[in-house]
Design a protein around this ligand. Structure first.
Ligand SMILES: *Cc1c(COP(=O)(O)O)cnc(C)c1O
Length: 396
């Protein structure tokens, strides 16, 4: 079927919720994707930070298909060995006490919001429910996580939104202090704002977040849906923070291409959500767990994180060396890279890159966002950078 035929069927069957690029994916291996017309693309996007081991990694695909033949699903009313193994491995590797598995980022963040509110409710009673989030944050698309998202463009149409969120600018200590009152139970941050433009938080600011939180028994929730699982060169980006958050949420890169979310919490929070207070039908599904186990075993191999850092530095240096006036300040950590685009919109640039055979992403503030698979080879990195250089060279 030609792309145009596929598009016609899509237009008549899918809800029109995405501004899609004209590409229909057919297959992929590593950092290379083939479309239904047989064209090849270098992948600097990983889905959106999802395919941490690239497309169809052999070990991952074998584990997932073996699990599909062994046990596809059991309800969370029973245990599954592969899910328990994942819980054990994830808590050991991260140093957190307990984990709750969900199916994606927004849903996992909902769980974190519930946990924070219940922690406070149990201890202090009603009224201490406010969660402070940051301007330009992104926490999901459910009605509550849209509320949590500190961007006005997301606060339309779907009224009434969930109450109890307050927004404060990232890296503004005075504003944060001013936002704290006796109704606050949690502060929710991304260690590096992803959708908002690949903006890391300053060490001074995060130090203050923890100071205020500890002084007031306010929980710190790190939304690591995008930054987690080695993306930034540490297993969790919150290892860059001055203290351990109370709660960390994970999703995108954890399953290596299968839908999973994980909420991690410290020992002091392990009993906040008891039987009947939180649940999901699919969360921690055996097949998804088998995929996540392969991801964890790979990213925890000696030298893996260092390689992520080295590749990130390599890309940043090569981009700086292009000396192209359209690409200025490069931000981010590890293989989470944001490049400020000037003189043309990031959307236009992304479209041109796809035309030239490279998948990249946009983020807020006219940022070109690169989230290559963590396992990408230097050869594929060079091929992708060559495309960026070529496309930029054609822009007047
Ligand atoms: C993608 C993302 C989400 C939402 O995840 P979904 O799986 O799309 O629900 C939440 N928070 C952050 C930081 C994200 O990057």
């Amino acid at each position: 079927m030609s792309f145009n035929d596929i598009k016609k069927i899509a237009d008549n069957s899918l809800m029109n919720t995405y501004g899609r690029f004209p590409l229909c994916a057919a297959s992929g291996k590593g950092a290379r994707l083939i479309d239904t017309d047989g064209r090849e693309y270098i992948d600097f996007a990983s889905g959106i930070g999802v395919n941490s081991l690239g497309f169809c990694d052999d070990e991952w695909a074998d584990a997932v298909s073996a699990q599909a033949h062994r046990l596809n699903h059991v309800s969370n009313l029973y245990y599954s060995d592969v899910n328990v193994e994942l819980a054990d491995k994830l808590t050991r590797l991260t140093g957190f006490s307990r984990v709750f598995f969900a199916n994606g980022g927004g849903e996992t963040n909902e769980g974190a919001i519930k946990l924070a509110r219940k922690y406070s409710f149990d201890k202090y009673g009603a009224g201490r429910h406010t969660i402070i989030t940051l301007r330009n944050s992104f926490h999901g698309r459910t009605v509550t996580t849209l509320s949590a998202t500190g961007q006005d463009v997301f606060h339309n149409f779907f009224f009434p939104f969930t109450e109890g969120f307050k927004y404060t600018p990232a890296n503004d200590i005075d504003a944060l202090r001013a936002a704290v009152d006796k109704t606050v139970c949690a502060i929710m941050i991304e260690v590096v704002q992803g959708e908002g433009g690949v903006n890391p938080l300053s060490p001074e600011f995060t130090a203050e977040v923890f100071k205020i939180a500890r002084e007031n028994d306010i929980l710190v929730i790190a939304d690591e849906v995008q930054t987690g699982i080695a993306r930034t060169g540490k297993l969790l980006a919150s290892e860059y923070l001055p203290e351990k958050p109370d709660v960390v949420t994970l999703a995108k890169g954890l399953g290596g291409g299968l839908p999973i979310g994980a909420m991690l919490c410290g020992e002091h929070l392990k009993d906040v959500l008891g039987p009947g207070t939180h649940a999901t039908t699919f969360g921690g599904n055996p097949i998804v767990s088998a995929g996540a186990l392969v991801v964890l075993s790979r990213v925890s191999k000696p030298g893996f994180l260092n390689e992520v850092l080295k590749k990130g530095d390599y890309i940043r240096e090569k981009i700086a060396a292009m000396n192209n006036p359209h690409l200025t300040a490069t931000r981010g950590l590890g293989l989470m890279i944001g490049i400020k685009v000037e003189g043309m919109s990031h959307k236009e640039l992304c479209a041109k890159l796809i035309d030239a055979g490279l998948l990249a992403l946009t983020a807020g503030g006219d940022t070109l966002r690169l989230l290559p698979p963590l396992t990408i080879s230097y050869e594929d990195i060079d091929a992708g950078l060559e495309i960026i250089k070529k496309v930029l060279g054609q822009i007047k």
